[in-house]
Design a protein around this ligand. Sequence first.
Ligand SMILES: Nc1ncnc2c1ncn2[C@@H]1O[C@H](COP(=O)(O)OP(=O)(O)O)[C@@H](O)[C@H]1O
Ligand SMILES: [Mg+2]
Length: 456
Amino acid sequence: MAKTQTRYVCQECGRSAHKWMGRCPDCDSWNSFVEEKRSEKKTRTPEDVAGGRSEDGEARPRPLSEIDMGPETRIESGLQEFDRVMGGGLMQGSVNLIAGDPGIGKSTLMTQLGRHLPERTILYVTGEESVRQVKARAERLDVDSDRLLLFAETNTEEIVAASREKEPDLLIVDSIQTVFRPDIESAPGSVSQVRESASALARWSKQNNVPAFLVGHVTKKGSIAGPRVLEHMVDTVLYFEGDRHHAYRILRARKNRFGSANEIGVFEMRDDGLREVANPSEIFLSERSYGVSGSTVICALEGTRPVLVEIQALVTPASYGTPQRTATGLEQSRLRMLLGVLEKREGLQLTDHDVFLNVAGGIRLDEPAVDLGAAVAVASSFRDIPADTTTALVGEVGLGGEVRSVTQIALRLKEVAKLGFERALVPEGSLDGLTPPEDLEVKGVRRLREALEAVL
Ligand SMILES: Nc1ncnc2c1ncn2[C@@H]1O[C@H](COP(=O)(O)OP(=O)(O)O)[C@@H](O)[C@H]1O
Ligand SMILES: [Mg+2]
C-alpha cells in the first residue's frame, strides 16, 4: 500500500498546515481545518490525466509564428449579455468558473447555452442532478439540441475520457464541488479534490483548445467554496448574483484574462429561462417610489455601461441599544463613513437613529460615485423631505463633506438624459470640458451641502 501523508487544509481559503489549528491564520475562520490524506505514490503526469497531448501539442518552446490560432478563437453565443461579459464570446481553450448562490440560476444559464449554440456539441456533466432533471430543465428552457450530451458522472478520469471520446466544442462541469479524482483520498468538495480535479479538467481543455465551464458554489461568506487557488487557475471568474426574491440576475466578471474584468450582463429569470435585459436602467427604475422621502436616483458605471439605480434610505429613531446600520447592495463601511460625514459636516443627529440603506433591484454597487445619492437619500429620510424626483445624482463624497470627481461623466449623463431626467448634480470638478446632453440641466456641486440644498 502506498504511504500516506497527513496534512490539514483550511476549507475556506486553502491554507495547508502540518498540524490541526482551531483558527486559520490566513482567513481567520474557526474550525475550518480538515484532515486530508494524500497518497505518496507517484503523482500522475499531465499526460495521464489529460489523455495525451493534442496532435500538434508537443510540449516544447515554439516561436510565435509557428503557433496556429485555428480558424476561430472565440465562440459567440448570440446571447449578448453573456458574450459581452466573456469579452466578446467564449475563448477557445479557456477555463471559466461560474460561481453563485444555490438556486440563483447557474445550471439554467449553462443549459440555456444549448439553445444558443445548437450547432455545437456540448458535453454537460451533471454531478448534482440526474440526467432526467437536466432534461426536464432543458425542455422548460426550450433547448432542443441533439448535440447537448448529458453525462451524470463525478469521476474526473471518466469525465476526461468522455471528453476525449466525444470531442465536444464546450465542456460544462456542474459542479466542480461534486467531482473527484480517485487518486486523491479526501472527499469530493474538499480543497485538494476541487483543486486537483479542476487542474485535470483545465489541462484537458487547454491541450484540446476547447472551452470549459466549471460551476461552483459560494459559501455563506460569499467566496467560492474550496480553495482560493481555483480562482488563480482559471482564465475567467464569473459571479452570478442577484436577490432570489427578485427576478433580476447579474453576471459579473471578477477576473477575465481575455476581456474587461468589470463587465456585467443583466438577465431576468423567467419560467422559460433567462431573458436578456438590454436596458437595465429601465428595469431598475421601474418600481421607483415617488413622493416618498429617502429615495434618490444615481448613475453607477458597471464595466463600460452606465446604469441608473434607485437608492432607498430609511432613518428611524432607535428604540433601544446600539442603533442599527444596515446596507444592502452597498458596503457597510461606506454607509458608516457617509453617516459620519453627515453628522460631522452637516450636523445631522444620527447617533440615536437606525439607518437602513438599500440599493433597489438587488444589484450590488461598489463604486464611490454612488456616495452623493446615498448621502442625500439618508438626509432626505432623516428630515422626511422627498428629494426632487427629476434629478439624478453622481459624485464621490470625501471625509470633509466635499464632492469629488468621478470618471466617465459624459457617458453617465447621456444615460441620465436618455431616461428623461431634467437635471443632474455632478461634482464641480468633473465639469471641465464637458458638453452636457441637450435637455439636461447639469449642475456642478462642490460640497454635499450644496446638493442637499438643491434637492431637498
Ligand atoms: N419549474 C420551474 N419553473 C420556473 N422556474 C423554475 C423552475 N424550476 C426552477 N426554477 C427557477 O430556477 C432557479 C434554479 O436555477 P438553477 O439554475 O437550478 O440554479 P443553480 O444551478 O444556480 O443552483 C430557481 O430558483 C427558480 O427560480
Ligand atoms: Mg445547479
